[in-house]
Ligand binder design. Structure first.
Ligand SMILES: Nc1ncnc2c1ncn2[C@@H]1O[C@H](COP(=O)(O)OP(=O)(O)OP(=O)(O)O)[C@@H](O)[C@H]1O
Ligand SMILES: [Mg+2]
Length: 478
């Protein structure tokens, strides 16, 4: 409301000032022009009269009187009676007495200083006689200044005189007065229209904000199925779309989280069930049958190791996500690769694999060496695990413009095409390799993927069933 009053008020005031100023300029200009033209006319008249009477000789007092009377009657004929809205004309002598005037108000009082200045300078001057304030026309009838122009003239007989032209700007005031009512009406109308428009748009914005607030409340209360109305191609619509995307992401996260917890519990439940089963067996027959006892103890040992490994993997998964502890070290990627390869080869030595490492030489990169080694260990462990005895596992490295590349290839069982998109998901295991021998949890690649993401790198896989797989990891060179 205040904004619309200020805006419309400002616009009205500016238009009033423009109109009033141009009217005042017209009023200022008129007497100046009239005075300069008529001073020249009077001058010519005097010279003509003097020529007629004395041919340039000095006039007698009688001649002078006659010439003056003639001059004033001619002035009276030329200028005559003047309507109030026309420039008023007066002929004054050197003592500023009126010799002739076009109306009662033609001589403006209080301008003796200006008259004296005109005579002293011997040239035309202009002055202004204020009657009211510039802004009076805003609230009542407009009152503009009287403008007066003085021009020095020579009277018959050689005496100094003055032509005084005064202009009462009644016509200009009338123009201002005539535009005031429509201007005020327009201002009031504009103010009302603007207030209504702003009220409507404010209501609209407030309604949208209210929608956003209730959506935020719902999300806060745990409901992630709310959607904000997104109609319109405006900023609020954009904001609603962003919030909807945010809610979607929150929902996906929440779903992934519960899926993860369910999967983890399920994976933990299996060894726990095994341990409980073998504990019952121990309790029932363990005392009598040493064979049963040894078998149960071995099984409990196996299951508890599996549980410990699962807990370790879960911890690794949580840690792999923590951006805060990522190191930035300048290190030789080839050295790290060789270490990881040696560890994997030792771990799977009984399989008799042909394990090939990177070429001689160094390959420097600035990243987190521990995390890079974690990723390589996961991939090499898989390569060894899913490659039959006597197969080949190779880890090669190379430099690219922006990154270093690790390529882990094997001649293993391969991954079916339909599983390739899913192998990086938590707890996902391809059916082809889901056998007791490998005994994994499906967490290795998820850990590798999260770690590579944290290092701003990438990981991808190509694979052919029964031929082998190639995992390619790119780490930015830093
Ligand atoms: N080199 C590979 N060759 C064939 N299949 C593979 C290979 N690497 C991964 N896979 C498939 O992808 C699945 C997911 O691998 P991932 O490393 O995440 O889990 P895992 O090896 O089964 O268990 P974990 O690593 O948690 O002990 C595996 O179960 C396997 O089916
Ligand atoms: Mg694995």
């Amino acid at each position: 409301m205040l904004f619309s009053v200020l805006t419309v008020g400002g616009i009205s005031l500016t238009s009033y000032m423009i109109v009033t100023d141009s009217m005042a300029a017209v009023a200022r200009d008129r007497p100046v022009r009239v005075a300069s033209i008529n001073a020249r006319v009077l001058d010519m008249q005097v010279r003509e009269l003097e020529r007629d009477l004395g041919q340039g000789e000095s006039l007698s007092a009688e001649d002078e009187r006659v010439a003056m009377a003639e001059f004033l009657s001619q002035a009276g004929t030329i200028f005559g009676e003047r309507a109030p809205a026309e420039p008023q004309i007066a002929v004054l002598d050197a003592e500023f007495r009126s010799l002739w005037q076009s109306s009662d108000v033609a001589v403006v009082s209080g301008l003796d200083d200006k008259r004296r200045e005109t005579l002293r300078l011997g040239e035309q001057t202009a002055s202004e006689f204020p009657r009211g304030s510039f802004f009076s026309g805003l609230v009542g009838p407009a009152v503009l200044s009287i403008h007066v122009a003085h021009a020095p003239i020579v009277l018959p007989g050689g005496g100094q005189g003055l032509l005084e032209v005064s202009y009462y700007p009644f016509r200009e005031e009338a123009v201002i007065d005539s535009i005031r009512p429509p201007m005020l009406a327009l201002a009031v109308f504009a103010m009302l229209a603007m207030t209504m428009m702003m009220q409507t748009s404010m209501n609209w914005v407030l309604r949208l904000v209210d929608d956003l607030r209730s959506a935020a409340d719902s999300v806060d209360a745990g409901r992630l199925d709310v959607r904000l109305p997104v109609g319109g191609d405006h900023e609020i619509g954009e904001l609603a779309r962003s919030i909807n995307r945010l809610i979607d992401r929150l929902r996906q996260r929440a779903e992934a989280q519960s899926r993860f917890v369910a999967d983890a519990s399920h994976e933990l439940a299996t060894p726990v069930a095994g341990i409980r089963g073998y504990t019952s067996i121990l309790r029932a027959w363990g005392a009598e049958d040493p064979e049963v006892r040894a078998e149960a103890i071995a099984a409990i040992d196996r299951e508890s190791r599996r549980m410990a490994r699962l807990c370790g993997n879960l911890l690794s998964l949580v840690r792999s996500d923590q951006v805060a502890h990522v190191k930035s070290v300048h290190f030789d990627a080839n050295a790290v690769a060789r270490e990881a390869l040696a560890a994997a080869a030792t771990h799977h030595h009984e399989k008799g694999l042909d394990v090939v490492g990177p070429e001689e030489g160094q390959l420097f990169v600035t990243s987190d060496p521990d995390r890079v080694e974690d990723v390589l260990s996961v991939l090499l462990d898989n390569a060894c695990k899913y490659t039959p005895d006597g197969g080949r596992v190779e880890l090669s490295t190379r430099r690219e413009q922006e990154s270093v590349v690790f390529e882990i290839s094997d001649t293993g069982v391969g991954i079916p095409p339909e599983d390739l998109d899913n192998v990086f998901e938590r707890f996902y295991r391809s059916d082809a390799s889901r056998n007791e021998a490998t005994g994994g949890f499906g967490l290795g690649l998820a850990i590798a993927k999260t770690t590579v993401d944290v290092l701003h790198g990438s990981i991808e896989v190509r694979s052919t069933v029964d031929e082998g797989s190639v995992f390619t990891v790119r780490i930015p060179r830093g």
